[in-house]
Design a protein around this ligand. Sequence first.
Ligand code: UN1
Length: 504
Amino acid sequence: MSSLPTTQQLRERARASLDRIGVAVVEGSGLSARSPITGEDLFGLRATTDDEARQAIAEADQAFRAWRTTPAPVRGELVRTLGDLLRAHKSDLADLITIEAGKIRSEALGEVQEMIDICDFAVGLSRQLYGRTIASERPGHRLAETWHPLGVVGVISAFNFPAAVWSWNTAIALVCGDAVVWKPSELTPLVSLASSRLLDRALERTGAPRALHRLLLGDRAVGETLVDDPRVALVSATGSTRMGREVGPRVAARFGRVLLELGGNNATVVAPSADLDLAVQGIVFAAAGTAGQRCTTLRRLIVHRDVADQLVERLAAVYGRLPIGDPFDEATLVGPLITDAAADAMAAALDRAQAEGGKIISGGRRLGAGGGAYVEPAVVRMPKQTGIVREETFAPILYVLTYDSFEEAVALHNDVPQGLSSSIFTRDQQEAERFLAADGSDCGIANVNIGTSGAEIGGAFGGEKETGGGRESGSDSWRAYMRRATNTVNYTSTLALAQNVSFL
Ligand code: UN1
């Protein structure tokens, strides 16, 4: 393991980035910024009180009322300005992501790039919020639909994509004419303060209402205030299935809308015809990248019996050489897990896997003495898809299963409660197409000859079953952030009723 920076060095680096972005950190109590690199606290911060949260929602609601009638292409200017500021501060924000989430430099820069990309996408979208014109069955009538801004969008985000997930929601919501109130993970307050400050600067620069965005820093209680407030038209929540199971019904009980982006238990099928060089690269990035802490992380490998031994051997060789340690070190590929609890959960999952008949082929040990939670990514061969394999453990564990027939591979693939991302490595076109067909992968994302993680922003992102069903980011995901009005206009002097009904 490479040597680590000290907490004091991290504190100074964080301060320098925050200064350049324009965040004046107000130290306080109730919340702390910490770094998984050393496992120590950086600063104490003041948490948002419940009254402040309610006030923030009220202000955002007021700002929405002005913003909804601002022409969408003008709203796009705000998001263009945010994109410019993200370009200018790409490195600063990436530093904070590495400090608070422990991502390696290249992935932290990639996360900010993802934010820039969604801003570009949203700016284009601001001129393309298209409704349809529909053929009316009545003479002299026009039938059409119009998309209107929805209201305040509550964004709840997780530690692992502390800034990008906010930007997917916020860039789209703002061009759609909505206001945003953000409750980020308690584990990444500095990234949240920095992202929020960049948007504040864009609001100032373009003269848009300042209260279009409000940040709530705090624990679960402040999140509950957001979830339960009837002024919040849409709650877009990313996190665990357990969280979604609570948020979904609470928002539904007040007839609010939800967009849920919950757990994944993503699998890759490796067919006998697969290009194994390509497969090894794709698998290692998807399974060990981001220290296994993406919702799209590859957790299950379903390999044809003919190539299983060979593939496992090659994976074990690459896993044995993965550089683990300081995420700021350019050579490192695997940074720390977010907390000790995450490392404990990984150890417990590995124990359970062994008790269920699994064999650890590579990795699985905790490294270093205390401080950050550094672990060796693990490869575990399982005799079948047991209980632990069907659960999402947010750590770098790759379970390997074998199959004989394609039907068996698809059945194993789909036999988990989650449905986010999936892929197949094959050179057989029929097999590839069958994997993508209606009776193939049941996930929101299904790929061929590439891993499960690292989606581009242009597609809709999200999944089925316990993943929650929501779609964010590209394609037509914007529709979740607007309300649709169907308009029937009669331009004659005759009242014609639909379905040939006669009355009066
Ligand atoms: C997440 O882990 O919550 O597809 C989001 C990916 C990234 C987004 C992951 N673009 O892996």
